[in-house]
Design a protein around this ligand. Structure first.
Ligand code: IMP
Ligand code: MG
Length: 182
């Protein structure tokens, strides 16, 4: 793990090494596999990756999922720079979810605006069931009522990058997670 990384001229220091992330994903996947044990191809749930941040987490999770599942992706955005704008924008049309169980795969839940908007949208499109699966959660910030079914790790209310998460589109390719050091 690098001691420090710089993105757009700002400094980030190590927070979560890759090994710890993978270990947490192992445990989470085991729980999901247990909950969905025995599902048939006919009622295979949809794992819905929220782009772009959840890409790496989704890949790591998928490698560990053992039941029949369908993979889709959707793009919602609420962040500009290091702050949530509070307004969630949908940039994709999601098809083929009517009557299906959906597992929303998120990189991080912060205010919860994104998962709330996503859940609302999925139910309005006819989803039978929606569960939220997130790699990271900032529990000090999350104030919504939506239950977060699967959480790999909780982190403090700090701005982080790496393992798919970006600072204005940079830093996603770091395999470890770094925190803004200011
Ligand atoms: P929320 O809608 O406030 O819960 O924010 C969720 C989205 O904001 C996530 O899917 C991320 O894309 C982004 N986000 C939240 N916190 C961070 C962070 O610390 N670093 C990078 N992106 C973040
Ligand atoms: Mg983002």
């Amino acid at each position: 793990m690098e001691n420090r990384i710089t993105l757009h001229g700002r400094n980030f220091k190590p927070l979560i090494p890759n090994a710890k992330l993978e270990e947490a994903i192992d445990i989470l996947a085991e729980k999901i596999n247990h909950d969905f044990e025995g599902v048939t191809e006919e009622d295979a749930p949809i794992l819905l990756c929220t782009l772009n941040g959840a890409m790496i987490f989704m890949g790591e999770l998928l490698k560990r999922i053992t039941f029949p599942c369908i993979v889709k992706a959707a793009k919602l955005s609420s962040y500009e720079g290091t702050r949530s704008t509070g307004i969630v924008k949908s940039e994709t049309v999601i098809k083929g979810i009517e009557g299906r169980s959906i597992i929303v795969v998120e990189d991080i839940v912060d205010t919860g605006n994104t998962v709330e908007a996503m859940e609302k949208m999925l139910f309005s499109l006819g989803a039978a069931d929606v569960r939220i699966c997130t790699m990271l959660l900032k529990p000090e910030v999350y104030k919504k009522q939506i239950p977060l079914d699967y959480v790999a790790l909780e982190i403090p209310n700090k701005f982080i990058v790496g393992f798919g998460l970006d600072y204005d589109e940079l830093g996603r390719n770091s395999k470890d997670i770094y925190v803004l050091d200011e």
